[in-house]
Design a protein around this ligand. Structure first.
Ligand code: NDP
Ligand code: OXD
Length: 310
């Protein structure tokens, strides 16, 4: 059995060591230079692979995404037919995303965005404290990451709501679902967190209309994909003062171009797509489990529903 690694950003040496620590000796083929006999490749680990390239492996059994988001993988219209695509679900990835979201929720909750603006004017102005219980945090997406973030924020005492595609019942979280539940979900949200997958249904969802429905002075945290947000609508809502701050980890084009309006907007805080990074050792454990399951005649866990897009 040979395993293909096709990623412009992942270190093959780190992946090879991580895979061997879980699977024993591994015949790793690295795109594009070290492919050997392509007929021997049964499993592919991919992140931003060249579209059409996976067709070159006639005996591919499973495609593993090295990230949780699979929109770029599914955008390849020449994926080998009938080969399951598995997205990454991993405790390390979830823990880091929970940290990222919690850090920004606390930042906005404790009004650090406002104190930074005051500092720029050498202004000493204590603001009245607000209890976490009086702050409504809304999470778009109640999956692996959104669900874990919601639970952590509820433990901190926030009034947490979540929105998903299908109905859910989660302890301590007010759950809403579907387009018909979106309006009720948004009304009164003080801090909105986007943790949706990018699909035809969620593209551009954070637009003028959605932002207008949040509580006045609301803040936005986007750690999902840049294309969830309509950039011009966000800037307009910030400039109008309806939205008080935004923390953005993901962008339409990455790296964010130097001339993009977001860089110098006083209401926007930027991180360079680092909310939660795939850790080879931890992720290789999940991939090894998927390979073992496949070899035992079962599908790996977390197979993507291609029609649904996530
Ligand atoms: P999941 O697939 O586990 O969860 C997705 C959630 O979104 C589910 O609750 C799903 O609803 C909901 N959803 C999907 N489509 C819709 C819709 N049309 N309307 C309402 N709800 C919808 O994904 P993860 O939590 O693992 O990951 C979420 C995203 O986070 C990834 O796709 C990726 O883009 C991003 N990400 C970003 C990282 C970063 O570093 N910035 C790192 C890792 C991931 P339902 O439960 O009903 O299916
Ligand atoms: C992911 C990501 O999808 O890193 O895992 O964005």
């Amino acid at each position: 059995m040979a395993i293909l690694l096709s990623s412009p950003t992942d270190d093959p040496v780190a992946w090879w060591a991580a895979l061997e620590s879980h699977l024993g000796p591994v015949d790793l083929r690295v795109w594009p230079d070290a492919l050997g006999d392509v007929a021997e490749v049964e499993f592919a680990l991919v992140w931003e692979h060249p579209p059409g390239s996976l067709k070159r492996f006639p005996n591919l059994r499973v495609i593993f995404s090295l990230g949780a988001g699979v929109e770029h993988l599914l955008a390849d219209t020449a994926l080998p037919e009938g080969v399951p695509v598995v997205r990454l679900v991993d405790a390390h990835l979830t823990r880091d995303m929970v940290e990222y979201v919690t850090a920004w929720v606390l930042y906005f909750h404790r009004a650090h965005h406002r104190y930074r603006a005051h500092q720029a004017e050498a202004l000493w102005r204590p603001l009245p404290p607000v209890a976490a219980t009086a702050r409504t945090v809304g999470i778009l997406g109640l999956g692996e990451l959104g669900g874990a973030a919601a639970a952590a924020l509820a433990r901190l005492g926030f009034a947490v709501r979540g929105w998903s595609r299908s109905p859910k019942s989660l302890a301590g979280i007010a759950c809403f679902h579907g387009r018909e539940g979106l309006g009720a979900f948004l009304g009164g949200v003080d801090i909105l967190v986007c943790l949706l997958p990018l699909t035809g249904e969620t593209l551009g969802i954070v637009d003028r209309d959605l932002l207008r429905r949040l509580a006045p002075g609301a803040c936005l945290i986007n750690a999902a994909r840049g294309a969830h947000v309509v950039d011009a609508d966000l800037v307009a809502a910030l400039d109008a003062g309806h939205i008080a701050g935004a923390a953005l980890d993901v962008f339409h084009g990455e790296p964010l171009p130097p001339r993009h309006a977001f860089w110098h907007h006083p209401g926007i805080a930027i991180t360079p797509h680092v909310a939660s990074l795939t850790d080879p050792h931890s992720a290789a454990g999940e991939i090894a489990d998927g390979i073992r399951r496949f070899r035992a005649g079962f599908l790996p866990r977390n197979v993507v529903d291609v029609a649904r897009g996530y």
